[in-house]
Design a protein around this ligand. Structure first.
Ligand code: HEM
Length: 153
């Protein structure tokens, strides 16, 4: 057994669980609570900011361990089958879109800070729009990952 491959796979899966699991929690638990108006918006904004940083770390780990996964899968083969490459390309495209969503979140929160500094105390309530997209794309990415796993070559 290749222990470093196991460790890499474990890290990849762990990051998926943290990022997509956390997004699911926001979409299914936090988002409906916001609508009820029971949660203080300042606390919510702080929670979302913290989770955004956690997501960024998860994304970086995913990209690094994903690349290593690819190297491990390639070992002993001349090249990848075209179908495998196509599925992987769709997966990476969706991951880039998810990463862009994260970036949008950072830009928006910097905008909010600027607005606060310039006097308008409008604590913007998170809309969860990008989180919903991230979650939906994450589900597709996990499906593609299962396909890649089962690809025999
Ligand atoms: C650029 C980033 C990424 C790259 C290059 C990448 C690449 C890979 C590769 C090559 C594998 C092994 C597939 C095989 O066994 O043939 C894998 C496994 C996996 N990836 Fe990624 N990945 C990336 C990001 C992600 C993201 C963002 C998610 C989820 C949201 C994800 C979910 C998974 C899962 C769940 C597996 C394990 C499948 C299994 O063991 O059954 N990956 N990834």
């Amino acid at each position: 057994m290749n222990f470093s491959a196991v460790l890499n796979h474990w890290l990849h899966l762990l990051s998926v669980i943290v990022w997509i699991g956390g997004s699911a929690y926001q979409v299914f638990v936090l988002s409906p609570l916001i609508k009820s108006g029971d949660l203080p918006s300042k606390t919510l904004v702080q929670m979302l900011r913290r989770f955004r940083n956690v997501s960024l770390v998860a994304l970086i780990v995913l990209v690094v361990t994903g690349g290593i996964n690819l190297g491990i899968r390639r070992a002993g083969h001349e090249s990848f089958p075209p179908g495998y490459v196509s599925a992987l390309a769709v997966k990476v495209f969706l991951v880039v879109a998810m990463g862009s969503g994260l970036l949008v979140g950072y830009v928006r929160s910097a905008d909010d800070e600027n607005k606060k500094e310039s006097g308008s105390d409008q604590s913007a309530l998170p809309g969860f729009g990008t989180t919903k997209v991230t979650f939906a794309f994450g589900i597709i990415v996990i499906f593609l990952a299962s396909m890649l796993r089962q690809w025999k070559f």
